[in-house]
Design a protein. Structure first.
Length: 179
């Protein structure tokens, strides 16, 4: 996916548009969990799914913003879909399937090892041990709060942010990284 500043001049020129940004304007990654900065506010370099945001518009009203969004040109290159987890962790096979060399040579966000107690001893003393390969399609919670934030900057430069969040100190850390 490519959504550069060159793809937005028609939207920027529309009367009533105050600003247009793309992922190139905000390349610094962040994460809900501070040790996993694996998200971008807008897609950078590639989109991962239908609906992945590539641009944002600030305008005098919603109709103008929507009209400006329609004027943004985005070039998409369809990448092969990979559904087998074994393929995406084998970097050589992954590169063969997608037909290119990966810059960071990997598709693993993080490694986490969790152990609670002496697992080997518990398995050895268990009456029954069932082993197998299991797949889980995932789930998500159903938030009751709005997914938005509102901010103001006072004349003295003080930023005040109202945000629906479960972990306020994570938001503080993320905002502190912004300049």
């Amino acid at each position: 996916m490519r959504a550069s500043a060159a793809s937005t001049p028609r939207a920027r020129a529309l009367a009533g548009v105050h600003a247009v940004i793309t992922g190139a304007d905000m390349p610094i990654r962040y994460g809900v969990i501070p040790w996993t900065p694996d998200e971008n506010a807008l897609a950078v370099e590639k989109v991962r799914f239908i609906g992945d945001e590539v641009a944002a518009v600030a305008a005098v009203d919603e109709d103008t913003a929507n009209a400006a969004l329609e004027l943004i040109d985005v070039d998409y290159e369809v990448l092969p879909a990979l559904f087998e987890p074994e393929v995406v962790v084998d970097v050589d096979e992954l590169e063969r399937r997608i037909g290119r060399v990966l810059v960071d040579r990997g598709n693993v966000s993080k490694h986490v090892r969790l152990e609670f107690g002496d697992v080997d001893a518990a398995l050895a003393s268990a009456d029954i041990v069932i082993e197998g390969e299991y797949r889980f399609h995932g789930s998500t919670h159903a938030p009751i709060e709005p997914h938005c934030a509102v901010a103001t900057v006072a004349p003295d430069g003080v930023l005040t942010l109202w945000s629906a969040t479960q972990i306020t100190h994570y938001v503080h850390r993320a905002i502190a990284r912004c300049t």
